[in-house]
Design a protein around this ligand. Sequence first.
Ligand code: FAD
Ligand code: SF4
Length: 587
Amino acid sequence: MSVRTESTTATESEYEHYEAIVVGCGPGGAAAAARLADHGVETLVLERGTEAGSKNVSGGLVYAEESAAYTADDLFDGFREAASERPVTEYTIHNIAGNRVKSYDLTDLHEHDTDWCDAVLRREMDSWLETRVHEKTSETGGGVLTDVRVNGLLRENSDGRVTRPSDRASGQSPRADGEIVGVTCDELEPITADVIVAADGVNSELARDAGLMNWDEPNEWFQGVKAVVDMDPDAIDNRFGIDADEGAAHLFSGDLFSDVRGGGFLYTNEDSLSIGTVFHLDSLVEEQAEPHELLDALLTHPLLAQWLGDEYHEREYAAKLVPDSKKVAHREPYRDRLVLVGDAAGQMQAQGPIIKGMNHAITAGALAADAFVVTRGNSHPEAAGRRYTQMLEKSGTMDKLRPRRYELSRTVGERDAVASAVDRVLESPVGSLAVGNPIAKRLMKRAYNSPFLVSMLPDTNTGYVTLPTVIAEEHGRTIRWDNGVEPPTLEERIGDLTYDTDVGNPHIELLDESAAASGAAVSACPVSAQDFGAGCYRAETVQTNGTAETLISLDTQPCIECGTCAVVADTDWEHPRGGKGVEYREG
Ligand SMILES: Cc1cc2nc3c(=O)[nH]c(=O)nc-3n(C[C@H](O)[C@H](O)[C@H](O)COP(=O)(O)OP(=O)(O)OC[C@H]3O[C@@H](n4cnc5c(N)ncnc54)[C@H](O)[C@@H]3O)c2cc1C
Ligand code: SF4
């Protein structure tokens, strides 16, 4: 991320001040702002999209957990009627080996600790939330400002001078530039606040600026890619065997994604389907897999013919990085007056067939607001952050995000030698015998529905690829349906997206063009591919002094702001200016 080195001799009192600033109006920011406003706190929300949701992507199922401190409908009356698509009433996982498929009902697992669960599309959901948040925050002297990108933190030195935005020399302590007192924006003068809620999502520039989050290790992230597919509501009801007020969730794992660790999903909306994939980023990089091809492998599998029919119209292609809370959920997500919520704090739970990020962002946003309110009279800059951390623990949220069982199981289960030994046994005749017998068949279904086992599943190929493949081979039926879907090409997908490109002002700079440093982005970028000349990243072999060298180049125009190359390439990465870049209509 780039940090500019401007500093002024201004003092904090010279800037516009709010009691609370919330950066980002996704579910985490909306929840924080609504709760702050409900407490009468003067709250300003800054959102970089032209409208909330125009930058956001999700699968997406919003869960209301029975045990959660806050849910979407606790904070927003009428949420389910106005902002969501269909309630999910049935869940199925499909284990796939070639054309053989063994499906298990997963309803017990998904309904565990669940009050309700709805499919949503982010543009519609987030823009509805934005309107509600604007109504609430306007009453307390604040409001929502869109098209504003926050680009850094405002800090106050011990002598009372304010630095904007902070600029730390490498290796310097994040505290060295002084106490965080506000934010700086591309479009507005700096603003100070008593509390700053960073709800700016997975590529949080504020978390990074505060020294609270790195984007360095691919094994700490997932990449999600998604297509929204047009479908008449009656066709959805007929093909999925559901009523108009019901919805279905289908999940996919096995060998249809080759050896890439992760899986696929299909959710029914009112008049569309959300179909996508979520993969461990390190696995995508290791396998040099092309994300759009993995999505196409799902779309064109014979199993999907029954739902997709003959006419396939893709409304939108989208992608985004998501954090793996098991590894990166921040245990102390605050610094000075800054608190992190949602993806910015790494609070995205993905365990086996469960993906829960939006609900945790909502809970965390509301808890952060409560923490500020109960510590309002306390002059210590970290009072709210400390209380928020305690609330995350006490409410059980932290244990869901970083289950202790997983910490234990990964120490053994994720060792390469152990993982490959387990895979070898499973793939051998002994494994087939063990999985193939009738008792194992019954146990397997129980195991898939056990929240206890799912929460301790190690992140290895065994759970995502090897075991599902053996299950399908041993117990599956052969699917012979013809799937005539011809997914759009990458060029067509990019061409169908809406961009407001910031011409001459690229938001990502490639720092090292060698293949060793940045080559992984060519295949891992969801709008690039080997041998595709019109994507963001390209590899080219050049002759230098008689030796051939592969060099990487970057053109940010087709960028969909997923964040992948911030992790897998050597870049100077930031979001585009407010309102610029890609605009999702569905999300
Ligand atoms: C393919 C895919 C499938 C998923 N499936 C599910 C699912 O089924 N269920 C689930 O619960 N979760 C799912 N997730 C994860 C979920 O989308 C995230 O966990 C959730 O959106 C996090 O919410 P948030 O409010 O923290 O961040 P976001 O939703 O990312 O919102 C961040 C907001 O901040 C704004 N912003 C960012 N930077 C700035 C800035 N500098 N200045 C101003 N504004 C800024 C953005 O425009 C955005 O509106 C999925 C994700 C993907 C990619
Ligand atoms: S250029 Fe980077 S941020 Fe943009 S779509 Fe490609 S990987 Fe994602």
